[in-house]
Ligand binder design. Sequence first.
Ligand SMILES: Nc1ncnc2c1ncn2[C@@H]1O[C@H](COP(=O)(O)OP(=O)(O)OP(=O)(O)O)[C@@H](O)[C@H]1O
Ligand SMILES: [Mg+2]
Length: 260
Amino acid sequence: MPEILRISRLTKRFGGLAAVNDVSFSVPEGAIVGLIGPNGAGKTTIFNLVTGVYSLTDGQVEFGGLNIAGLPAYKIADLGITRTFQNIRLFKNLTVFENVLTACHRSASYSILESILRLPRFRQEEKNITRKAEELLSIMGLSDRRDLVANNLPYGMQRRLEIVRALALDPKLLLLDEPAAGMNPDETEQLMRMISKIRDDFKLSILVIEHHMDLIMGVCERIVVLNFGVKLAEGNPEQISNDPKVIEAYLGVAEGEANA
Ligand SMILES: Nc1ncnc2c1ncn2[C@@H]1O[C@H](COP(=O)(O)OP(=O)(O)OP(=O)(O)O)[C@@H](O)[C@H]1O
Ligand SMILES: [Mg+2]
């Protein structure tokens, strides 16, 4: 299986702290890979390095064979890596549907002039965008909430709306930062099925950070474990759940951290 993302010897220092230290792993095309580890292990920092939010101290990030280290964040998003955030970022005062439309418009191809004059290409594309937004909301089970103001959505649905917005940008690789945070077991189970469906329907690759072990073990083909910025282990769910190092550093406390 070719790799869509390859991270090699990635290092990020903040002053004296190596938040990510010499970490290497890759995401095979079409795979769902989990990134786990205790609080402060460096998981979100890896997302920030891959998406160009932080500059890296050392190492390499290749996406589809292209070296993307040092590219600005918008370029990396255009190339096909989009993400959700650990702290939900939505337009809280816009409706669910408007939140999706604003994301869809970033990939629209008409010019400002065409939109002002409402030329055919603009009208056709608006139709396509509306259809796409509706389809994405339906997959994530949000169709009947489309006219609610985002702020009035239950927390778990706000997290799902964030995923819809990330999908609206047509990613090839989707990065999910704790998508099940704050969800109860039923919601987590539903989300798990949605993540698998997204991968299958959109032929995406997914890298997911999560503390809910049932989600990680149920949905990921591979798992990378970080601890204090260093890669502690990598393997399939069975290998990871039986690895004494991982149990000692993380799995023994993981359920408590899910609520942290
Ligand atoms: N902008 C920053 N400036 C300084 N230190 C930072 C910065 N961002 C992250 N860190 C530090 O880097 C380390 C890794 O943080 P990171 O947010 O990547 O952890 P995490 O694995 O995502 O943890 P959590 O599970 O709590 O979200 C922490 O010690 C954190 O305090
Ligand atoms: Mg984090």
